[in-house]
Design a protein around this ligand. Structure first.
Ligand SMILES: NC(=O)c1ccc[n+]([C@@H]2O[C@H](COP(=O)([O-])OP(=O)(O)OC[C@H]3O[C@@H](n4cnc5c(N)ncnc54)[C@H](O)[C@@H]3O)[C@@H](O)[C@H]2O)c1
Length: 319
């Protein structure tokens, strides 16, 4: 199978490619290296079936040319990370909406299947827990740029579902919850690599807000299995799937767990949101996925415990 992975030099994209190459897929990765990097792709250069193209999903002729050559597209390229979204809202909105529009238009010409990466941010401040795919969205005001990420991904979902409904382009939406693993970087606001880096340097582990907010982390290896299953089955066409882990943990508990696993002497320090991001920043209290649909259709079962995944990340960052 010939596959295009946009955002292939990023964290999730590079893990997806690794697994696809093991399945003997031929892969083209398109990435502008804005948050991704070549090192993430270094081990794939030995594969003749792997090709990297440096470029943007905003370049329509390049997108058309690449989509023309494949049978399946994973669209992962996006502006990602709370810090990046707050600091560069124009880039976030443009990349996430126009980039996806370009990919969908190209997929229509070639009539190829498309798996779109969306996000649990879409549920926003909803308290209808655990979040189900058909649950309501509850987002904050447009004056708070944080919500532009959720809104842009929601437009992507609407567009993807519209292409399925109106034009019968097989589109599947992966609503990823907090995904973690080696190669994720902390500089754009991802909490786990940030905590691990701080703990390994015995610097204060900085928890934003009260630390009572909870998340359910999923190992990227587990998420990628489900992404592959989405690409392989027609039962996923026109469907949305939550992809998340099983263990809910508060961010303060996470800081303490990382400190213990790193055998660190760091103190855990609380930082108000307005200091960490900007005045009026809003966070989500709890974010818990209902993964029943992915279990049923994709046979998705997260296999890695949070401690197992954290240990993998710690070893990776130590190296
Ligand atoms: N990591 C998570 O916890 C998480 C959670 C929910 C959703 N997602 C989604 O998964 C996808 C992958 O995220 P990730 O965590 O691997 O982040 P990442 O930043 O590592 O990957 C995104 C990649 O897209 C590339 N990119 C950005 N703009 C581009 C453009 N205009 N053209 C081509 N490439 C471009 C970046 O260079 C990067 O390599 C994103 O769509 C993201 O919204 C991730």
């Amino acid at each position: 199978m010939n596959v295009l992975v946009t955002g292939g030099a990023g964290f999730i994209g590079s893990h997806l490619i690794e697994k696809c190459l093991k399945k003997s897929y031929s892969i083209v990765a398109l990435d502008n290296l804005s948050t991704g990097c070549r090192e993430n792709l270094a081990s794939f250069s030995a594969f003749k079936s792997f090709q990297f193209v440096e470029g943007s999903v905003l370049d329509t002729s390049l997108v058309n040319e690449l989509v023309e050559q494949v049978d399946l597209v994973y669209h992962l390229a996006a502006a990602v990370g709370v810090r990046l979204i707050v600091e560069k809202p124009v880039q976030t909105i443009t990349t996430n909406i126009i980039g996806t529009e370009n990919i969908l238009a190209a997929a229509e010409k070639k009539k190829v299947k498309l798996v779109l990466a969306s996000t649990s941010e879409i549920y926003g401040k909803s308290e209808m827990l655990p979040f189900k795919e058909d649950g309501d969205m509850l987002l904050g005001p447009t004056t708070n740029s944080r919500w532009s990420y959720a809104c842009s991904k929601a437009i992507d979902e609407f567009l993807g579902l519209a292409y399925w409904k109106e034009k019968r382009i097989p589109v599947t939406i992966a609503r990823l919850f907090n995904t973690i693993g080696p190669r994720q970087v902390g500089q754009y606001g991802m909490v786990v690599p940030r905590f691990v880096n701080q703990a390994l340097k015995n610097e204060p582990i900085t928890v934003y807000g009260s630390g009572k907010q909870t998340r359910v982390f999923c190992d990227v290896e587990d998420s990628v299995e489900a992404l592959i299953a989405m690409g392989e089955t027609d039962q996923s066409n026109g469907q949305i799937f939550n992809l998340g882990g099983l263990e809910e943990i508060s961010i303060k508990e996470l800081a303490q767990l990382v400190k213990k696993l790193c055998q660190s002497e760091s103190e855990v320090q609380m930082i108000p949101y307005e200091e960490a991001y900007e005045a009026g920043f809003e966070d989500l209290n709890r974010r818990v996925p209902d993964i029943e649909k992915a279990e049923k259709v994709l046979h998705f079962v997260p296999k890695n415990s949070l401690e197992m995944t954290l240990n993998k990340i710690i070893n990776y960052i130590k190296k």
